[in-house]
Design a binder for this molecule. Structure first.
Ligand code: DX5
Ligand code: ZN
Length: 234
């Protein structure tokens, strides 16, 4: 099955496991297991060693994984110059490209470049950036990603002080009746998810929480998916 944003049920949680936490010695198997566990998206963290102090992987890996996966490829750019990398990642099979409001370039230009390559658009903000920074762009994007850790590394602790930011973005989206998903990323697991889902987050990135779950990926994913009842009405 090939997932697309149009195939998602409104009012239901989606889980997007971050590949950073997978066992890199058997990536293909790990991705197939995540899909079988009920994950409809795959979160791919792209770091340039400049916007954040870490490096990950490039379009060649995304292209290799694309062949055997129907998941929606949810590509999170942590890049100083996002606009330069839209084409290579779109060509490699990205479905959704999310870039940072703090990065270089006018967001309108980066949004146009992503749309030109037929991808969905996400906009993200670091923990220190206020909710209002993304308000002018809400009617031009498909998703807002609220970082619940400082971007750069997997396995960090969830920042509870980001819950009011999710609530503020949710309230604005609801007030304007916009079809925008709210994704959260960093330290999300069965313990931290309920509070942020109750504030309006409907797409949960979980690296450690899914790929390294002691009870296994399926149990961890199903537990996160079961939180849909906590989502506030849109
Ligand atoms: C951090 C990345 C995250 C990270 C999440 O910069 O954007 O996607 O992999 O990992 P966990 O879920 O382990 O905090
Ligand atoms: Zn991420």
């Amino acid at each position: 099955m090939k997932y697309d944003m149009n195939t998602f049920d409104p009012g239901k949680i989606l889980v997007s496991p971050s590949l950073l936490a997978a066992d890199f010695s058997k990536l293909g198997e790990q991705v197939a297991e995540a899909e079988a566990a009920g994950c409809q998206l795959l979160h791919l963290d792209i770091m340039d060693g400049h916007f954040v102090p870490n490096l990950t992987f490039g379009p060649a890996l995304v292209k290799a994984l694309r062949k055997d996966s129907g998941m929606l490829f949810d590509v999170h750019f942590m890049l100083t110059d996002p606009i330069k990398y839209v084409k290579p990642f779109a060509d490699a099979g990205a479905d959704l490209i999310t870039f940072h409001i703090e990065a270089n370039g006018n967001p309108a230009d980066t949004i146009a470049e992503i749309r030109k390559h037929d991808c969905r658009v996400g906009l993200t903000l670091k923990p220190g950036t206020p909710a209002e920074a993304v308000f002018p762009w809400l009617d031009q994007v498909d998703m807002i990603l609220v970082m619940t850790v400082e971007p750069g590394f997997g396995g960090q602790s969830f920042m509870e002080n980001q819950i009011p930011k999710v609530a503020a973005i949710f309230a604005e989206i609801k007030k304007r009746d916009l079809p925008v998903f709210i994704e959260v990323d960093g330290g999300i697991d069965a313990k931290t998810a309920p509070g942020i889902v109750s504030a309006g987050a409907d797409v949960l990135v979980a690296g450690t929480g899914v790929f390294r779950a002691p009870a296994g990926m399926k149990a961890a994913t199903q537990q996160l998916l079961s939180l849909s009842d906590l989502l506030p009405a849109r």
